[in-house]
Ligand binder design. Structure first.
Ligand SMILES: Nc1ncnc2c1ncn2[C@@H]1O[C@H](COP(=O)(O)OP(=O)(O)OP(=O)(O)O)[C@@H](O)[C@H]1O
Ligand SMILES: [Mg+2]
Length: 479
């Protein structure tokens, strides 16, 4: 970043010149003004990073200039020059938003010091803004976070496809963010001001689904006491999100194919042909191609739906996203619960990275919800806050079936012959669990744990390394 631009406003010519020279000498771009009016004119013409102004000026004074400058550009910082002994006015200036003040008489070195300090602050601020921009611009889109290269491609694809009317098929395991993506596509499409209608195809039996999608006429079937418009009609000029599309029956598949081919349909039990101006976004956990091969899904429909495919990888294959998402969720949940937490301890981070998340991001979300509720205020989240069980193996309990998180990370390792039941493996497993348990009891202090275990600190360190037990900077026990 180049040195900040500066405006100097002072009516004493010698003082003004000295300041201009001093600041130009260290690389700043400087402009000067001799009166309050000139100063006001300058801040309206140009945006400066820093304004240095005398408090007492002919015409509008320094406080007026401060106000005008803040009004014009809040990020411009103002340094006020005050006369010796006028502390009150200096305080007043600070109250009104001046960044700092400098008292006359001062040397040019003093001035440079104040400006230099402020320049550092401005550089940091600039860097933060850039980082935040990067985070939002490249790693996140509509709340979908992703740092993993495949996810970044997905985000790019979503941005591109949003602008079109193409049918999109979103494929991914449960909890990978399919609905989140569907929302993002709609919100960024030209149809954003129209409805986004969602239908979960798996939730309804065949006949009900048909009526739900296409509507029905009065008397079309028992219980159809009045005419009802279907989701296709409700989504007119908007987007229709068909979730679990892999679960629709052959009859509904045929009807859907027709809408896609002809852009028209009839209500159940009706003869009127209705036009459908609908953008279709579908999602499935199933491998539709396999469903086609096995004769459960129409091939022609598959090709109509699979115009653009967005494939969401499971969380376990995009490890770099785990902490990005976890940190962001932790922050948002903590704010919601009005709780201040200090992020994750190192063992908790390692556990988060090691786990396989069969429920993907939704599971991570639930885990963090629990951790924020259980975590101690102003402390770091620990492994036992993540699993939430009093019998957490990290606190010395035995892995519970219900605690997939810890039991998975503690699963028995196999020896070089693939044998899990040898005495040596059993001994190792016991030793490992015992160490973890003792470390948990002493809240991770290796010094205390080594005393209890009768080991030297070095021997304990070696065993921890061998068994993959880590201690954070603050000495907490963990995987
Ligand atoms: N990349 C991501 N960044 C941030 N949050 C995410 C991300 N992916 C998913 N989520 C969050 O995870 C939760 C589950 O996402 P969503 O409901 O979209 O998944 P899904 O694939 O539709 O799941 P299912 O197949 O079970 O219906 C939501 O709360 C969503 O906000
Ligand atoms: Mg879903």
């Amino acid at each position: 970043m180049k040195p900040p631009t500066v405006l100097i406003v002072d009516d004493e010519p010698l003082m003004r010149l000295s300041m201009v020279d001093a600041l130009k000498g260290v690389g700043h771009e400087v402009r000067a003004a001799a009166t309050g009016s000139e100063g006001l004119h300058a801040v309206h013409q140009e945006t400066f990073d820093i304004v240095i102004t005398d408090l007492r000026l002919p015409g509008p004074d320094g406080l007026t200039l401060l106000q005008a400058s803040k009004h014009r550009s809040p990020r411009t910082e103002v340094i006020m020059i005050t006369a010796h002994g006028s502390v009150e006015t200096a305080v007043e200036a600070m109250k009104r938003g001046a960044y700092d003040y400098i008292t006359k008489p001062f040397s040019m070195d003093e001035l440079l010091l104040v400006v230099d300090r402020l320049s550092h602050v401005l550089a940091l601020r600039h860097e933060n803004l850039q980082l935040r921009g990067e985070l939002e611009g490249h790693f996140s889109f509509e709340g979908i976070l992703g740092k993993n290269p495949r996810m970044r491609e997905v985000l790019e694809k979503i941005k591109l496809v949003s602008a079109t009317d193409s049918t999109v098929l979103i494929v991914g395991e449960s909890g990978t963010g399919k609905e989140l993506v569907a929302n993002a596509i709609h919100r960024n499409s030209p149809r954003r001001d129209r409805a986004l209608i969602k239908v979960s195809c798996a939730a309804l039996p065949e006949t009900l689904l048909e009526a739900e999608l296409f509507g029905h006429e009065k008397g079309a079937f028992t219980g159809a006491v009045r005419q009802r418009r279907g989701r296709f009609e409700l989504a007119d000029q908007g987007t229709l999100f068909l979730d679990e599309i892999g679960d629709i029956s052959p009859i509904v598949q045929v009807k859907l194919l027709r809408v896609l081919q002809e852009r028209t349909f009839e209500r159940v039990g009706g003869n009127d042909t209705i036009g459908a101006d609908v953008r279709l976004v579908c999602a499935t956990q199933k491998d539709l191609k396999k469903e086609v091969q096995q004769g459960r899904f129409r091939e022609d429909l598959y090709y109509r739906l699979n115009v653009v495919q967005v494939m969401l990888p499971p969380l376990r294959v995009r490890k770099e996203d785990i902490l990005v998402i976890a940190e962001s969720l932790l922050q948002s949940r903590a704010t919601r619960m009005n709780k201040s937490l200090k992020g994750f301890s190192q063992p908790a981070r390692e556990l988060l990275l090691r786990y396989s998340y069969p429920g993907n991001v939704r599971e991570l979300e639930n885990m963090l919800e629990r951790a924020v509720a259980l975590g101690h205020p102003n402390e770091e989240i620990q492994p036992w806050d993540l699993c939430g069980l009093p019998s957490c193996p990290y606190l010395g309990g035995t892995p519970q079936e219900s605690c997939g998180f810890c039991s998975e990370s503690l699963t028995t390792k196999k020896d070089q012959h693939g044998n899990v039941d040898s005495l040596a493996m059993a001994r190792e497993q016991f030793e490992r669990q015992h160490i973890v348990s003792v470390l948990g009891r002493v809240r991770g202090s290796r010094t205390e744990a080594s005393k209890i275990l009768g080991l030297s600190r070095k021997a304990l360190w070696e065993k921890c390394k061998r068994y993959g037990i880590v201690s954070g900077k603050n000495g907490q026990a963990g995987e």
